[in-house]
Design a protein around this ligand. Structure first.
Ligand code: HEC
Length: 164
């Protein structure tokens, strides 16, 4: 290596170091800016969210249709749920912990469904459903009501015992 080649190599290295330095500097300025601005942005946005969510609570509009091609004869095939107002809410909320078979295989009145929800809240860590509770209860009470065919079906496979 002659002298001029060595100088060139040094210069190259120096330029690289300077570029890296500039990059680090720019990023630390950005980082500082972001950190000092973040609290105000954050406060501002939680404020907005809080106001928005009370607005939503007052006029919660249930989702009417499932945006899905999986619906056949009014049944959402992947879950088995009857497609109706509130179906989407039941799917996301009630499907979070267990199969929706637990829903589709049960029948209850509105009060009965409410009891099931309260039971899950007390024993299974189900959260407060907020404004969705009414939507969910309406859906369940309408679509999974006790089957009322006038009179119950005849009992089968019963071992009768003689009355004395
Ligand atoms: C936080 C979790 C969680 C969520 C969310 C949840 N459940 Fe459950 N649920 C459970 C657990 C745990 C069981 C007991 C499962 C078992 O016995 O295997 C259960 C059981 C049930 C049962 C059967 C009750 C019985 O008497 O055997 C029904 C019906 C039910 N859930 C309906 C719902 C409905 C409707 C929703 C939506 C509003 C819902 N679940 C949301 C946790 C949850």
């Amino acid at each position: 290596m002659n002298n001029s080649e060595e100088t060139k190599a040094h210069l190259k290295l120096a330029r690289l170091v300077i570029r890296l330095g500039v990059l680090v500097f720019v990023f630390s300025i950005l980082w500082l800016l972001q950190n000092s601005l973040y609290p105000t942005i954050f406060e501002a946005s939680t404020e907005i969210v809080r106001i928005d969510s009370t607005a939503i609570e007052e006029e919660y509009v249930p989702i009417r249709t499932l945006d899905s091609t999986d619906v056949e004869n009014g049944i959402h095939l992947p879950t088995g749920l009857i497609v109706d107002v509130g179906c989407q809410e039941v799917m996301t909320t009630c499907g979070a912990c267990h199969s929706l078979d637990l829903v589709t295989q049960n029948r209850a009145t509105r009060d009965g469904w409410k009891d099931i929800i309260v039971w899950m809240q007390e024993t299974q860590k189900l959260w407060d459903l907020g404004p969705q509770e009414d939507v969910i209860l309406d859906y369940l009470a309408k679509n999974y009501a006790p089957e009322n065919s006038g009179r119950r079906k005849n009992l089968t496979n019963i071992e009768w015992y003689p009355l004395n």
